[in-house]
Design a protein around this ligand. Structure first.
Ligand code: GDG
Length: 468
């Protein structure tokens, strides 16, 4: 079998899983096989970006990590990736900033990644590049003569062509995607949006087998939803429910129903809207006061990007408002924390929660929705409240689906979840659990690798070989 080479912006610190929040590392970490090479940024910022990666091996997996210079880090990571592309792809044009210098930094880092990765590649490797930080990487590898099959997966949503076209370099990025043999996105809707953007912005032509052409280059776009290690997560939650932290939380609840949310502190996750929905719940359904506790874990993320600092201030204020308005001397309705919990502790807390609140304004998939379901006790399952704008909603219609822009829809869903009869909770849980056990981290990984292995060898590469 061909070696799989994973490339992502951040390489998880080998042997240190479980504390860092973030969907990509969680899902890929669950599927890694010995023999795999994982390449990416070390997380270190140094004086100058080196030309070679540092290699570390852990449990048969090779990790190749490269440091970044301060200016590369700023332009690439804080600038173009998280100041331009992240808001754009989450349809938040008002938060998007564009600077040509940042784009240059973005391309320069992709070039540096390609130069450090190319010498590590073997001819048969399947190279699988992840996420919006690395869109140009494939084209940079091709420019160095790399002929391997190259795949790309976008973990975040794609947007309609008219929104993507706002980006001054929209055509450059779409053309860069054409350097890959296979492009995966999370949902059918994102696939349609990307296909339309290829048509409208690049004038792509459809060909046999679902492939599209732009000039001589061809690729295929597939919807390949990501999942979690469902069996592993259920076992983790079962074990964690008996541990000290779960007992401490249960004691602190004194019989109140737990509502839980766990997200990176990110504006795509709709936390202010969720807090507003909860505040209205306490206002409109006063009979539930004293009867519920809402725990929101909002682990700090990208704290050096200014939009994230503003969001944090806003949430601090909203949390203070809610508790100031509704708390009583022996009851605090909202418990809001910005530090991350260990993964096992979180799993145990999900299992105790009567309601899981997952209300992003837009999300590629959202793994918390799947983790919450996997953690439930089938005999007495909790209820998932899920935003219609999470990729997860496409296949999880048995959650209580809400529009997070309408705070009252969150309010009503909380009330409905808290009063839902056991039989209905069980029925909904069964179909959701079936989905979570069917589309897993492992099935995601295997399906993408099989589809990539099945793509034809590049026509361009063959022509080049023939010419040599
Ligand atoms: C991107 C896309 C897509 C959260 N708080 C803590 C913690 N977490 C973990 C969760 C989950 C992960 O972080 C978050 O994953 P999501 O999928 O919800 O979101 P993103 O980080 O935005 O991920 C997303 C994903 O990529 C995969 O393709 O689904 O749409 O945006 O695993 O449990 N983990 C720990 N402590 C916390 O406090 N340990």
């Amino acid at each position: 079998m061909a070696r799989i080479v994973i490339v992502s912006n951040r390489v998880p610190t080998p042997g240190r899983r479980g504390v860092q929040p973030g969907g990509l590392a969680a899902a890929l970490g669950d599927s890694l096989r010995p023999g795999t090479l994982w390449f990416g940024w070390s997380g270190r910022v140094v004086a100058e970006t080196p030309t070679r990666a540092e290699l570390v091996e852990h449990r048969g997996v090779a990790y190749a990590m490269i440091d970044l210079s301060e200016s590369h880090y700023r332009g690439f990571y804080a600038g173009f990736a998280n100041g331009t592309l992240w808001p754009l792809l989450h349809a938040r044009l008002g938060l998007m900033e564009f600077e040509r210098a940042d784009l240059e930094g973005y391309v320069a880092v992709n070039r540096a990644f390609a130069a450090a990765l190319a010498p590590l590649l073997r001819p048969d490797d399947l190279v699988w590049v992840h996420d919006y930080h690395l869109i140009p990487l494939g084209a940079e590898l091709r420019a160095l003569g790399v002929q391997n099959r190259l795949g790309f997966f976008l973990h975040v949503p794609f947007v309609p062509a008219s929104i993507f076209g706002v980006l001054p370099c929209a055509d450059l990025l779409l053309r860069a995607l054409m350097a890959y043999d296979l492009v995966g996105v999370q949902s059918e809707q994102h696939r349609r949006d990307l296909r339309n953007a290829m048509d409208e912005i690049l004038g792509a032509r459809a060909a046999a087998g679902g492939r599209i052409y732009v000039g001589e280059q061809s690729t295929r776009i597939i919807a390949n939803p990501i999942g979690i290690d469902a069996a592993g997560f259920t076992a983790l939650a079962e074990r964690a429910a008996g541990r000290r932290e779960a007992k401490r939380l249960a004691e602190s609840l004194v019989g109140r129903a737990l509502i839980i949310g766990a997200d990176r502190l990110d504006y795509s996750k709709g936390l202010p809207n969720r807090f507003e929905g909860f505040a209205r719940f306490l206002h409109r359904y006063p009979e539930f006061r004293q009867k519920v506790s809402y725990l929101q874990v909002a682990a700090l993320s990208r704290a050096d990007v200014k939009q994230y600092q503003a969001l944090r201030r806003e949430l601090d204020r909203l949390a203070g408002d809610i508790n100031g308005r509704f708390a009583e001397f022996d009851w605090v309705p909202l418990r809001y924390m910005t530090s991350a919990l260990p993964r096992a502790t979180l799993a145990g807390f999900y299992r105790m929660a009567r309601v899981g609140l997952v209300t992003p304004l837009r999300d590629g998939m959202n793994l918390v929705a799947k983790e919450y379901v996997a953690a439930q006790d089938p005999r007495d399952p909790g209820v998932l409240i899920l935003s219609k704008f999470a990729g997860a909603a496409e296949r999880m219609a048995d959650a209580l689906i809400v529009n997070p822009y309408d705070a009252d829809s969150i309010t009503d869903a909380i009330a409905r979840a808290l009063t839902m009869p056991l039989a209905e909770r069980q029925r909904r849980f069964e179909t959701l659990a079936h989905e979570v056990r069917t589309v897993t981290a492992q099935s995601f990984y295997a399906a993408f690798c099989a589809a990539l292995a099945g793509t034809p060898v590049r026509r361009l590469a063959l022509a080049e070989k023939g010419a040599a």
